[in-house]
Ligand binder design. Structure first.
Ligand SMILES: [Fe+2]
Ligand SMILES: [Fe+2]
Length: 294
């Protein structure tokens, strides 16, 4: 039987997925997502964290979140933390506050999940002793994300603390920075700005770029692991996950893709997996194996 595995010598092992986007109109998604969660449950070794970079549910409906939570609770048997941020699909249809209540109720149903506050989606937590900042849009928008002043100040303060502690920090958000990770090619070449975070791009980029080693982990692109999924700008390391449950586009459309990220004192390594079949991706695929020096 194929098995997902985690390196026991790593400081931290993270399973990193994008965009389950569970939906009643495409039942294959929940099947693929369940299989991926079972692979985490049945893995050799234990994950410190499972991180999902938003677009948890296609329409942000209660029934969709309920199906996601059932699957995630299989994975949480073998992951110390299960952390989901919101994506545009989670928040775009309903009024902001009522959807926030719904998303909090979903997080309550997921074992080993930290909670977001009552009045906004962003917060910070720890995974295996390392700082994780979870971002979330501060108002509804259809595709990009509005990141308010308070959230930007919060991210800056949290990254300063991480830098002072001499630790790399992880930031989980749905949208990549504008024009990174192959945009606009990875957004099917449409528009000049589309696919990125939007208007606060410059301020966020500056904050992420000036506080030591920062891993900015995103989704949104539904683009299979390729030359574009890992991009470094000095000490800012931008890693975009493919969708784990929907169809991926690009030259590598294998279903069920995601990464295992392993942190060591001097580097972070990434391995692309087909989580449905618990098989590592072909090492000849660009970024199916990568290494970032700290
Ligand atoms: Fe998505
Ligand atoms: Fe999205």
């Amino acid at each position: 039987m194929n098995k997902l595995y985690f390196d026991p010598s790593a400081l931290l092992n993270i399973v990193f997925w994008g965009d389950p986007q569970i939906s009643p109109v495409e039942t294959g998604r929940v099947k693929r997502f369940r299989a991926a969660c079972e692979a985490v449950r049945d893995a050799e070794g234990r994950a410190d964290a499972l991180l999902i970079a938003g677009d948890i549910a296609e329409f942000g409906r209660e029934a969709e979140y309920s199906a996601v939570a059932q699957c995630l609770n299989l994975a949480s048997e073998n992951a110390d933390s299960v952390v989901c941020c919101t994506g545009n699909h989670d928040i775009r249809i309903r009024p902001y506050k009522s959807q926030l209540r719904r998303f909090r109720a979903f997080l309550c149903d997921v074992k080993n999940s930290p909670m977001c506050p009552y009045d906004h989606y962003y917060f910070s937590t720890q995974i295996g002793g390392y700082p994780l900042i979870v971002m979330g849009a501060d108002r509804n928008s259809f595709e990009a994300a509005h990141i308010g002043k308070a959230q930007l100040a919060f991210i800056k303060a949290e990254l300063k603390k991480a830098e002072a502690a001499g630790k790399p920090a992880f930031v989980l958000n749905h949208q990549p920075l504008n024009y990174t990770n192959g945009l606009p090619v990875t957004w099917e070449g449409r528009g000049s700005w589309r696919g990125g975070i939007g208007l606060q791009d410059g301020e966020l980029r500056h904050i992420l770029s000036t506080h030591g080693d920062v891993f900015y982990l995103t989704g949104h692109l539904h683009y299979g692991i390729s030359e574009y999924n890992v991009e470094n700008s000095d000490r800012l390391h931008m890693i975009a996950a493919p969708t784990v449950a929907c169809a991926n586009h690009g030259p590598n459309p294998t279903p069920g893709q995601g990464f295992v990220l392993s942190l060591y004192p001097d580097k972070l390594t990434g391995t692309g997996w087909d989580f449905i079949h618990a098989l590592p991706l072909d090492e000849n695929i660009p970024n199916a194996r990568f290494e970032v020096k700290l």
